[in-house]
Design a protein around this ligand. Structure first.
Ligand SMILES: NC(=O)c1ccc[n+]([C@@H]2O[C@H](COP(=O)([O-])OP(=O)(O)OC[C@H]3O[C@@H](n4cnc5c(N)ncnc54)[C@H](O)[C@@H]3O)[C@@H](O)[C@H]2O)c1
Length: 274
């Protein structure tokens, strides 16, 4: 057996949504450096084009990118056809697009009765349908190949009541259920080589939560301090600390692992805070 071949992902075709963002973007760069072909997909055209150009220059030419929304089935179908024309297969889908929206957060002075239902719907759509639609588009290739891996992004908000972020929490709880449901569906109907898992990041500084967790001078906000106090490792995550968990889940090292959610959270989910 080749040394470390359990983790060999060279030549795999990996589609990553939200790839111009912090966590999916770091993951994309890491997987590219491991020899995979990476297809980046993001809503923001400039950002995805810039990310692809940077990756080509600094990491590997095996990268391409598309601008489009994970909420538009026709766009996804078009991207799927283009990827299949170029690569002929899709080995991995990473559903990294997602996140909270300011309007869907209940402000410190507000209560549940101030909830903006339109923003609630938008957050549910992005985080739940935004993983469902790419899955039912790109997993088509996996069902034809009888192999493939999908990784979804959950959150600490899925399992415990995280104050203020109702829609996001509801959607991420649904993502964990969706992960288990789809793991069962794809394995039972299309064979034992298609796996679906999720990572549940703890608190990483991203574009969406920066203002919630950090003050302009870089020190934690009161909410940021609460988070660190409930994180046994005593800090926020670094963006590249998600990469190893994703690598494990998509590799042969996890070939008997499906329907699971892997926390990458510095111990947040293990700790009551007391
Ligand atoms: N940062 C954290 O602490 C944290 C914690 C738990 C879970 N997560 C989850 O991890 C994932 C990545 O989060 P992040 O912090 O890197 O966020 P981010 O905002 O840096 O990245 C999200 C990316 O998704 C893209 N996007 C948004 N709507 C889209 C759409 N309709 N179609 C295609 N792309 C779209 C954005 O343009 C952005 O580039 C999200 O699902 C988030 O909920 C993040």
């Amino acid at each position: 057996m080749k040394k470390n071949s359990l983790f060999d992902i060279e030549n795999q075709v990996i589609v990553i949504t939200g790839a111009a963002g912090v966590l999916a973007g770091n993951t994309a760069r890491y997987l590219l450096a491991q020899g995979a072909h990476v297809v980046m997909l993001d809503l923001r055209r400039d950002a995805v084009e810039q990310a692809v150009a940077e990756c080509r220059e600094n990491i590997s030419p095996r990268v391409s990118g598309y601008a489009g929304s994970v909420l538009e089935p026709d766009t996804l179908q078009d991207i799927y056809a283009r990827i299949m024309a170029e690569h002929g297969r899709i080995d991995v889908l990473i559903n990294g697009a997602g996140g909270n929206m300011p309007g869907a957060t209940i402000g410190p002075e507000q209560t549940i009765f101030d909830l903006d239902l339109d923003d609630y719907d938008r957050v549910l759509d992005l985080n739940l349908k935004g993983s469902l639609l790419p899955t039912i588009t790109f997993a088509r290739a996996m069902t034809q190949q009888h192999s493939g891996c999908i990784v979804n992004f959950s959150s600490m908000a899925a399992g415990q009541a995280l104050t203020r972020v109702l829609g996001y929490a509801n959607a991420k709880a649904a993502i964990e259920n969706f992960t288990r449901w789809m793991a069962v569906e794809l394995a039972r109907k299309f064979g034992g080589n298609i796996r679906v898992n999720a990572v549940a990041p703890g608190f990483f500084i991203g574009n969406q939560n920066r203002a919630l967790l950090l003050q302009p001078d870089g020190t934690p906000t009161p909410r940021g301090r609460q988070v660190i106090a409930k994180t046994p490792l005593g800090r926020f995550g670094e963006p590249d600390e998600i990469c190893g968990a994703v690598h494990y889940l998509i590799s042969n090292a996890a070939r008997f692992v499906t329907g699971t959610v892997l926390p990458v959270d510095g111990g947040f989910s293990a700790y009551t805070g007391v």
